[in-house]
Design a binder for this molecule. Structure first.
Ligand code: ATP
Ligand code: MG
Ligand code: MG
Length: 549
């Protein structure tokens, strides 16, 4: 009695289990190419593939699709594994397409022997030209009718390094008139004399995606191979290869990829942002990468929840990044410990508070949870830092903060009344002078005074100085990828650094990844690259949606 209706993939899996296909077994895979860090789009694929298997008692393989030696690196492999684990998923087996290079070579030989593949000496331009157009049939190149013996000999010579890059390719021999361009004798292998991050210099020919992917699914006996919609036209080739090779009948299913506004999600573009120093690194908190979101303070639960909320569709759409922000806010509202920090300080002096006195007040960690998850000590003294915006010389109506004659409560402390203020020669307010009501202490208030506003503060002699980084969207337009030069749409104000913010001392115990609500200011986490000498806090998200569209 599931409340939620099934998505179309769940329906397919349930039907397959029902009919006893593959003995009711479910094995999915997540197949990243190790040519960059994972992004939020990959998270959708991870949640989908692992989630589908988990729901039906199956398993998921992690398969590195490492058939392109030039762009792939071990650093990416490590980051991908780390990100999947952090998201909360565990793969059954860690596999590499490159481990199948021998098997794939054997498959290619089998196709040649069946008269279904040939070595073509044409250049890539000649091949492209001979393929025709969707409305016009292609023409055979002069190499299409080579004998099986000749093809076998040439393919072996390709493998043995007898030819330079681009001199020859292996093509499937299917149908040059097929309306589906992917079936017009697609490339299976190309020559590339390049060092591979795992197989070193063992190979100088590499299988194309279409020849490696389905065959790897088959080798692993994947039951449901889930990929994004761009691969719909590849499916007939996927099926043709499996059928001709007479190997395990994996099936491909397609869903709409995640598109998110105000960001880019192609690894090639993200790499440009890193290489050209628009951002600090792949894990810059403005990046849509999993590692960037983690460093920004997103939790695994919030990302999983986001992926589940957007659901699985068969039609392309663009998701508002506001939904992602909603998901982290919802999570942090329940889990973040409340603390006080002043980002734009001016001094408040309590003129009737004894000069050498101080008190230790207490504040609960989390008012959203029964018992508050304990409490922390908050030192209080005669001089406090408050936010500049919490004082106005001439306030508008309904300004429930400080101005001459107005009263507020200091959070977890006393009610104060503003009596005076001091300006510097430039006219900026530097000090706000108040008196406090001794009987108004939080939790034991007998003053009978009601005030409308509560403000946060940090005791001057106890305050710790930290750097705070406020992030905004990395791009100024909804769909930066649509722009010819997407980098011209970068938001120049995506990072604001506050070098001297004041925090209450307990925040020195903060650890990266744990969320804190700086009361009235937003959710923050300690930066992973922060040091005890120079603590840095990243703003994860504001308290409310303050993004002006
Ligand atoms: P990019 O274009 O950014 O390089 P990719 O699709 O080439 O992405 P892969 O490493 O091949 O990246 O992707 C691994 C898996 O993640 C694939 O199954 C792919 O379909 C899926 N994936 C990638 N991007 C998205 C996305 N935006 N939404 C959903 N799934 C995605
Ligand atoms: Mg890919
Ligand atoms: Mg790619």
């Amino acid at each position: 009695n599931e409340e939620k209706s099934l998505n179309f993939l769940e329906e397919i899996v349930e039907e397959d289990i029902h009919t006893g296909k593959h003995g009711g077994r479910v094995l999915t895979r997540f197949p990243p190419e190790p040519n960059g860090y994972l992004h939020i789009g990959h998270a959708k694929s991870i949640v989908l593939n692992f989630g589908l298997a988990q729901k039906y008692g199956g398993k998921t393989n992690l398969r590195f699709d490492d058939t392109n030696p030039v762009t792939e690196e071990t650093e990416y492999v490590e980051s991908i594994k780390n990100d999947i684990k952090w998201l909360g998923f565990q793969w059954a087996e860690e596999l590499y397409t490159s481990d199948y290079f021998d098997t794939l070579y054997g498959y290619a030989v089998k196709l040649i022997e069946k008269g279904l593949a040939y070595v073509d000496d044409s250049t890539s331009e000649e091949i492209a030209a001979s393929k025709g157009t969707p409305t016009e049939s292609g023409k055979p190149t002069p190499y299409r009718d080579r004998s099986t013996e000749e093809n076998l000999r040439l393919f072996e010579a390709m493998r043995d390094g007898k030819y330079p890059d681009g001199a020859k390719v292996l093509r499937a021999k299917i149908d040059l008139a097929n309306p589906n361009m992917h079936l017009r004798d697609p490339l299976l292998y190309r020559i590339k004399h390049a060092h591979h991050h795992r197989t070193g210099n063992n190979w100088c020919i590499y299988p194309m995606y279409d020849f490696a992917h389905g065959q790897s699914d088959s080798i692993e006996q994947i039951t449901h191979s889930v990929c994004t919609l761009e691969f719909v036209p590849h499916r007939p080739l996927y099926d043709w290869l499996i059928e001709q090779l007479e190997i395990f009948p994996s099936r491909q299913y397609e869903f709409a990829r995640l598109n998110l506004n105000y960001t880019v999600m192609s690894k090639r573009k993200l790499l440009q942002l890193v290489n050209e120093r628009y951002v600090e690194s792949w894990d810059d908190p403005r990046m849509p990468t999993i590692s960037g979101l983690r460093r920004r303070g997103y939790t695994p639960a919030s990302i999983r929840n986001f992926c589940e909320r957007i659901g699985v569709a068969k039609r392309e759409n663009i998701i508002d990044v506001g939904l992602l922000e909603f998901c982290i806010r919802e999570d942090l509202n329940k889990t973040a410990w409340r603390r006080m920090a002043v980002l734009d300080p001016i001094k408040l002096i309590i003129t009737n508070y004894p000069e050498d006195n101080q008190e230790i007040l207490v504040g609960e960690n989390n008012p959203e949870v029964e018992g508050g998850e304990g409490e922390r000590d908050i030192p209080f003294s005669r001089e406090l830092w408050i936010e500049r915006e919490d004082f106005m010389e001439i306030p508008p109506k309904k300004f429930f903060r400080l101005a001459p004659g107005l009263m507020v409560r200091l959070k977890h402390a006393y009610i104060v009344k503003c009596e005076d203020f001091v300006k510097d020669t430039a006219g900026n307010v530097t000090e706000v002078h108040c008196v406090y009501i001794p009987e108004s202490k939080s939790g034991e208030d007998t003053s009978g005074i009601k005030v409308k506003g509560t403000i946060h503060w940090v005791s001057v002699p106890h305050a710790k100085t930290v750097e705070v980084r406020l992030y905004d969207r990395l791009f100024n337009v909804e769909n930066p990828a649509a722009d010819e030069n997407f980098k011209t749409t970068i938001n120049p104000d995506s990072l604001q650094i506050i070098e001297n913010a004041y925090i209450e001392p307990d925040l020195l115990n903060a650890v990266p990844g744990k969320g804190y609500q700086f009361i009235r200011k937003g959710y923050f986490t300690l930066d992973t690259k922060s040091t005890p000498e120079n603590p840095v806090f990243n703003r994860t998200v504001t308290l409310r949606d303050t993004w002006a569209k």
